[in-house]
Design a protein around this ligand. Structure first.
Ligand SMILES: Nc1ncnc2c1ncn2[C@@H]1O[C@H](COP(=O)(O)OP(=O)(O)O)[C@@H](O)[C@H]1O
Ligand SMILES: [Mg+2]
Length: 489
């Protein structure tokens, strides 16, 4: 999987960039802060930039950087004069002063959208809008991909087996697209969806007057698929008499239209699929054994989604991009929500996941979805108890808006956020004093006290202290820097 994308904050004003860093760590984004002179290293080293937040003066160096990297989105914050960047398409917006959580999340979301829309990411939009790429890097999917490549350029019939919604049709289309028949048609027929008495005419066509309602001659799917691939979906639902007729076509490579006498030659590759267990159907006498062996020349089994949980984040990304391309709306899931979705059983497999995402886009279009926003049956993680990589994302969520609305960058306010390493704990209260209080100051004081205690307890080993505080190491480092906390020597 690709590495996590980072936000780069470029600001020569140290105090301001530290405050932005605090907000970003609250939001749970990965980030680096730096002065203007150091920004180039991130472009040459990581190449994995979600967005660059530009603050203060826009210098020629910065203007050059924006123009040189059109694939990287930039956001402005506290910039006095941005006229030099007026025509840059990759400057997506600006953040108000003071920073606010909701706006920042929204802008970050736009940056994700920007990345998704870059040409190299639009792999799913081909000349055939129905063609869907096959997503997945898990072991079972690599195996499927290998089989597809093996069989594509042969004439062998393929039988795709697997639960509903696991991508059997996606695989069939991939085989077709990779085969030398790719210039020919790909014709799908859902054998389960067509009434038994119409299936023969659907597959083989009919002559005018062949039956009541046959007012003109009509080609069937076999003729439509000439030179290409015929995809017989839900072959297990094909009635027995049709199974006999299909077997004959596969053996003799000819058929007749319903009501017609003329034999028509056919050059069609057959790919069949079913979610049913054909071998038991053979035992029960509902599926013909001889047809089974004709179709089962090359079997491919599609894994259920619960057997490849690691593909879920990639699939979510792909499905969101599809809806975005179709509907112009999107949604984002928190890491915790994705973890929760990975634990789901997914009886309906990728189709169920796709339906869920569509539903989330309708309900929470262009917003961020956490576990508590998921429908109850998809909540497999208790938001309160979960100890994820970024617990502050959850624990501090409620306090965040309060806290951030109090941020401003006046110098005289600075004093509030510089503390001695021995904090004043005696003033801690849990009842609102009658004359009110400065909540921001109070919370910051509490935070410093807890951090100090954790550090003391762990001999100033940051990693262990961070664990004790349920926060990431990098977050703790940022906070120590912000509050100027150092070991007294
Ligand atoms: N590996 C995959 N990568 C991307 N999309 C997939 C994948 N598997 C399934 N899908 C999507 O899930 C939905 C169901 O797939 P489909 O091929 O119709 O399943 P099946 O034929 O097994 O019932 C479709 O929207 C399809 O695009
Ligand atoms: Mg299907």
């Amino acid at each position: 999987m690709q590495g996590q994308k980072h936000i780069i904050v470029v600001d020569n004003d140290i105090a301001r960039r530290e405050q932005i860093a605090t907000v970003l760590s609250f939001v749970g984004e990965h980030f680096h802060v730096c002065a203007e002179d150091d920004v180039s290293q991130y472009f040459s080293e990581t190449g994995n930039i979600l967005t660059v937040i530009l603050c203060g003066q826009i210098s020629d160096l910065i203007t050059g950087l924006v123009r040189k990297h059109p694939a990287t989105p930039f956001i402005l914050h506290d910039v006095l004069d941005a006229t030099q960047l007026n025509e840059a398409v990759n400057v997506l917006g600006s953040l108000a002063v003071p920073l606010n959580y909701a706006q920042l999340t929204e802008q970050v979301h736009h940056c994700h959208q920007y990345h998704n829309q870059l040409p190299s990411k639009r792999h799913y939009a081909g000349p055939n809008p129905l063609f869907r790429s096959l997503i997945g890097t898990s072991e079972p999917m690599l195996q499927v991909r290998f089989l597809i490549e093996q069989v594509a350029n042969t004439q062998a019939s393929v039988l795709i087996l697997g639960e509903s919604g696991t991508g059997k049709e996606v695989i069939a289309r991939n085989i077709h697209n990779l085969s030398d028949r790719c210039k020919g048609p790909f014709v799908p027929v859902n054998c389960g969806a067509i009434p038994a008495d119409l299936l023969e005419s659907e597959l083989f066509g009919h002559e005018k007057g062949a039956f009541t309602g046959a007012i003109s001659t009509r080609k069937g799917r076999f003729e439509m698929a000439e030179g290409g691939t015929l995809f017989l979906d839900e072959i297990g639902d094909m009635p027995q008499p049709m199974q006999v007729k299909l077997l004959r076509v596969l053996q003799e490579r000819t058929f007749e239209r319903v009501g017609g006498a003329k034999s028509i030659k056919t050059n069609v590759r057959i790919i069949a699929a079913t979610h049913q267990h054909l071998e038991s159907m053979i035992k029960e006498g509902t599926f013909r054994e001889d047809l089974f062996y004709r179709l089962n020349v090359f079997p491919i089994e599609t894994p259920a989604l619960r057997e490849r949980q690691d593909d879920i984040p990639l699939l979510i990304q792909e499905l969101i991009s599809r809806f975005e391309a179709e509907q112009g709306r999107s949604v984002r899931f928190t890491e915790t929500a994705i973890e929760s979705l990975k634990l789901n059983a997914w009886a309906g497999n990728v189709r169920e996941l796709s339906n869920l995402i569509e539903r989330m886009i309708i309900m929470f279009g262009d917003q961020v979805v956490n576990v508590s926003e998921l429908p109850a049956k998809y909540q497999h993680i208790d938001v309160e108890e979960y100890q994820p990589e970024y617990p502050e994302e959850l624990q501090e969520r409620d306090a965040i808006n309060e806290l951030f609305s109090g941020f401003d960058y006046d110098d005289d306010e600075e004093d509030n956020t510089s503390f001695d390493s021995e904090p004043e704990t005696s003033s801690m209260v849990d009842v609102l004093p009658s004359d009110g209080m400065n909540l921001k100051e109070y919370l910051a004081e509490l935070e410093v006290s807890m951090i100090n205690q954790a550090l003391e307890k762990n001999d100033w080993v940051v990693a262990r202290s961070a664990e004790l505080l349920g926060m990431r190491r990098t977050t703790l480092v940022e906070k120590m820097r912000k509050y100027n906390l150092q070991k007294n020597v």
